[in-house]
Structure formats: structure tokens, C-alpha cells
Write a protein that binds this ligand. Sequence first.
Ligand SMILES: CC(=O)N[C@H]1[C@@H](OP(=O)(O)OP(=O)(O)OC[C@H]2O[C@@H](n3ccc(=O)[nH]c3=O)[C@H](O)[C@@H]2O)O[C@H](CO)[C@@H](O)[C@@H]1O[C@H](C)C(=O)N[C@@H](C)C(=O)N[C@H](CCC(=O)O)C(=O)O
Ligand SMILES: Nc1ncnc2c1ncn2[C@@H]1O[C@H](COP(=O)(O)OP(=O)(O)OP(=O)(O)O)[C@@H](O)[C@H]1O
Ligand SMILES: N[C@H](CCC[C@H](N)C(=O)O)C(=O)O
Ligand SMILES: [Mg+2]
Length: 497
Amino acid sequence: MAATLASLGLAGLDRKGPAPRPDMVISGLCADSRETRPGFLFAALKGALDGAEFAQYAVRMGASAVLTSAEGAERARADIGDWPVPFLIDENPRRRLALAAAAFYGAQPETLLAVTGTNGKTSVASFARQIFAALGRRAASFGTVGVEGAVTKPLAMTTPEPITLHRLLAELADAGVTHAVMEASSHGLAQHRLDGARLSGGAFTNLSRDHLDYHADFESYLAAKLRLFSELLPEGAPAVLNADDSTYHQAARAAKRQEIIPFGRDREAARGLRLIEARFDAAGQELDLEWRGAPRRVRLGLIGGFQGLNAMAAAALVIGAGEAPDRVFEAMNRLTGVRGRMEHVATRANGAAIYVDYSHTPGGLSTALAALRLHTPGRLIVVFGAGGDRDRGKRPEMGRAACEGSDAVIVTDDNPRGEDPASIRASIRAACPNAIEIGDRAEAILTGVDALSPDDRLLIAGKGHETGQTVAGVTHPFDDAEQARASVAALDGEDEA
Ligand SMILES: CC(=O)N[C@H]1[C@@H](OP(=O)(O)OP(=O)(O)OC[C@H]2O[C@@H](n3ccc(=O)[nH]c3=O)[C@H](O)[C@@H]2O)O[C@H](CO)[C@@H](O)[C@@H]1O[C@H](C)C(=O)N[C@@H](C)C(=O)N[C@H](CCC(=O)O)C(=O)O
Ligand SMILES: Nc1ncnc2c1ncn2[C@@H]1O[C@H](COP(=O)(O)OP(=O)(O)OP(=O)(O)O)[C@@H](O)[C@H]1O
Ligand SMILES: N[C@H](CCC[C@H](N)C(=O)O)C(=O)O
Ligand SMILES: [Mg+2]
């Protein structure tokens, strides 16, 4: 695979250093100097570090050209002396790299949908992919849990950086995938990771507190998410918006060029997909819906009202992408849950059920507890922690959510990373003083499982599908579901999940 500056859309940019030779071939792209190979274009991007500092190494390793900002080029000249290769200047090199990566890899699935929002992205992406597959489409979804569907493989990030993203999209297209659904994280949107993707529709699930370590404030967090509609989706594309969310009207303004499909309980959803009534039982829920005013009934084998709303967002997205509503609602009946999202992982011999859920925000935790409450005749117990090197302000809020939503709280560790685990636990307990504190997560889970009477339920929150516990730079194997089953086996002699 190779390209020219012109085919990458880079020929017209301002430049420092020598003019590129007319026959110059770009053999690859990279944004990390350590990945440079001869003939590559190196994108020097400013983040916590300044990529321009590494331009000298990229050039030494054979980069044919460098894409950067005007300041980046000056910075590199200070290190290297004169510019030895063409330095192409753009005021937004991250966005320019995304467009170049799209041009370099070329192909992508014909239908590509993106889901954003604080909670529910992975679930909506999975459900939409499952519906497409049920309708006979070759479909894939990708994000936090990797690539799933017609292609499966792990991914390091929820929204891959643009080079990885476009390599993946081309790979999916090569594998015959025609329908793909991706997660658009706020980091991904703010960093223009998906600016080169040709999107055919988008969904916004909800907004609540998260990632305020990265975004300056709540407004800029919302603005990053809304870029999906205001800047990325083409005119007339379906924009599926949560009519029940407090940000609905702001989202609708951002999506004014698109065809808005609202979903939710609110009256506003009457012109889209409206929830009239949900009935919950041990195995799932039955939903009475209206699609553009016409009644529909579906049965979901999923626990939690929020999963019902996620399934509705997915259905609206798939209908918006052109599928027949009758077939979509029929397919909804066969949706299966997503790993680590309100997953029933084990049952005690006395009948008490244990669930693993990926709620790692105050909003996620209260939603998950409220959802399980409907399935809990006795006490609801929760085991959870909060990640290190992440938004500190959410810790007491998570403590409060746990305290208010459950009958007993066990605070433990969840990827303390570089921070002191005891001080993370202390800031959670500041808002939940009655919580029991057990740092070791395996022991915390064992204690929670041991406490269960027949009518009780246990929620193990925060890690979902994760398979490691990261402490001081080292990731130790750890799996909440496995640990729950091991605890049941230790206490009851067998697992009856
Ligand atoms: C905070 C954040 O999002 N950082 C992302 C950002 O890094 P950065 O620009 O700050 O990188 P940096 O370390 O300052 O380096 C600047 C530049 O110098 C380059 N460099 C660096 C060292 C070197 O020797 N040579 C070199 O060229 C780097 O490759 C980079 O291009 O751009 C990088 C390249 O695109 C990303 O890999 C990196 O994601 C890091 C790994 C990360 O952990 N991101 C998380 C927070 C994230 O994005 N998460 C969301 C999901 C969140 C959720 O759960 O909702 C996701 O989409 O995964
Ligand atoms: N619609 C929703 N409303 C509120 N909470 C939800 C909703 N959907 C999911 N959650 C909660 O958020 C958790 C994560 O769900 P999911 O993985 O689908 O979200 P996500 O947006 O992909 O998260 P991440 O940002 O970590 O990738 C779930 O385990 C559940 O507790
Ligand atoms: N992907 C998100 C969620 C992590 C969930 C939790 N297990 C944690 O480690 O904080 C993040 O990196 O912020
Ligand atoms: Mg996700």
C-alpha cells in the first residue's frame, strides 16, 4: 500500500523545508516516532508531550515528510537545524492526519454508524450489530470490548486513533463487512480520531459525569460528544437522540442538519421510538413501544430498564440506516446481553444471584442499582471501587450513588494504577461512611458473596469485561465473573449459574 501527498490530500498545504519530489511515495503513516519506517509520513502531534520533539528521530529513521502545526515545525527546527525533509503545516494536524489515514486505507464498510454518550455505547453498538446480523447483513461492531461480529479481534482503545481506525475499517471492508457500528468516545471525538470516517448515522445515549480529568468542564465534555452531529455526520443522516436526557434539546440543536429520530419515554419521542410501558420479570422485560405512533411489542432477555432503552436506540439506528421496521422489531426479541454489562455470572446454592456490570460512573452505578432493585426481593449488596489516574471528583459521587442505591456497600480497588489505593477508597467512603472497606478485590467479592441470603442479590460493579487489575504499572490477571464463580464454589462447593 502506498500513496502520494496529492492522493492523501496533503499537496496543497503550507510547507517548510525542501519541496517534495514529484514522484515521492508515502509508504505508510505514523504518529509515534518509534513506529517510523523509511518512506513514512510522521505526524507530529501535540498532546501531554509534544510530538514535534520526536520529529528528529522520525527523520533519522527515514520519514519522507512530517505533518505538523506551524509551532511544531519551529520546534523541530530548533532541534534539527534546518528542515531536512518537507514539513507540511496544518492548523489542526490531528484532523488532517485522520483525513489522510482515510485516504491512505481507502475502503470502509458501506454503512458505518457511530454511537456516543457517557453510558451505553458498547451496548448500543453490540445490539445494532446483532440486529443487522439477524437481518442477514454481514456486520461488525467495535469499541471497548474489541471487534465483534463477522470479524473478532481485540482493540487497545474504545475509539482507535485514526491510523488504526482506518486500517481496521479497510480490513472489515475486505472481509465483506457492509454494516459496522463503532463507539465514539469523547476523547476520540475531541482528538478528531474519526474525522476521516464516512459516517451514515449516529446515536447519542445520555450524558452524565465522567472524564472531567480530561475535559475542562461539563460543557466541553458535552461539546466533544456533540461534534458527532455538528461536525461529522452528513446532512440528512439519521441522528438518534435520547428524548429523556436533560441534554436532548442541546443535542437536537447540534443535529439540526440531520434527520432526528428521538427515542425514550418522553412525549418528544412520539415522532420516533417511544416507550409506553416496560414490564420486568426474572428473565428480562417486555416493552410496549410505538414506532411513529404505531404500537409494537417486544420481549428482551435483558436485565435493566437502561438495557431496554439501549435496545431501542439500537433499533432506531438500524431503522434509520434503512432497514424495514417490522424486521427490526422482530429481531429485537433475539438480542443477547453484552459481556460484563448486567451479566448474571453466578448463583449461590440458596438461590441468590450475582451480577457483574461495567458501571464506573456515578450515573452508571445508580442506574445499575436501580435496575437490579426491581429484581431483588431481599437486600441489594454492591462491591465496587474507582479507577486511579482518572476523574477524582467522581469518587465521592460514586460513594453516594452506592450508599443511596443499595443496602450494603463494600468498597474495594478497581485499577488503582499509579495512585495510592487506600486514598481512592477513602474518597469514596467520604460520601458513604457505613461502607465496609476491603482493598483486595477477590476478598471483597468473597465477602459479598458470603453475605447473600436467598432473596439477596450482589452487584459487582466497575470492571465488567476487564480481565486485569492494574496496580502501579503492572496488570495482574483478574476477572470479576471468574472470581464470583470461584467464591460460590468455595462457599457452596459448586457453581449453579
Ligand atoms: C489522553 C489521551 O487520550 N491521550 C491520547 C493522545 O495522546 P497524547 O497526544 O497526549 O500523547 P503524548 O504521549 O502526549 O504524545 C504526543 C505525541 O508524541 C508522540 N510520541 C511520543 C513519544 C515518542 O517517543 N515519540 C512520539 O512520537 C505520540 O505518539 C503522540 O502522537 O493521543 C494518542 C495517539 O492518538 C493516544 O494513544 C492517547 O491515548 C491514551 C493512550 C489513552 O489512554 N487514552 C484514553 C484516556 C482514551 O482515549 N480513552 C477513550 C475511552 C474513554 C472511555 O472509557 O469513555 C478511548 O477512546 O479509548
Ligand atoms: N442507557 C444507559 N443509561 C444509564 N446507564 C447505562 C446505560 N447503558 C449502560 N449503562 C451503565 O453503563 C455501563 C457501561 O455500559 P456500556 O459499556 O454499554 O457503556 P459505554 O458507554 O460503552 O462505556 P465506556 O465509556 O466505558 O466505553 C453498564 O454496565 C451500565 O451500568
Ligand atoms: N475505559 C474507562 C473505564 C474504566 C473503568 C474502570 N475499571 C477503571 O479502571 O476506572 C476508563 O479508562 O476510564
Ligand atoms: Mg464502551
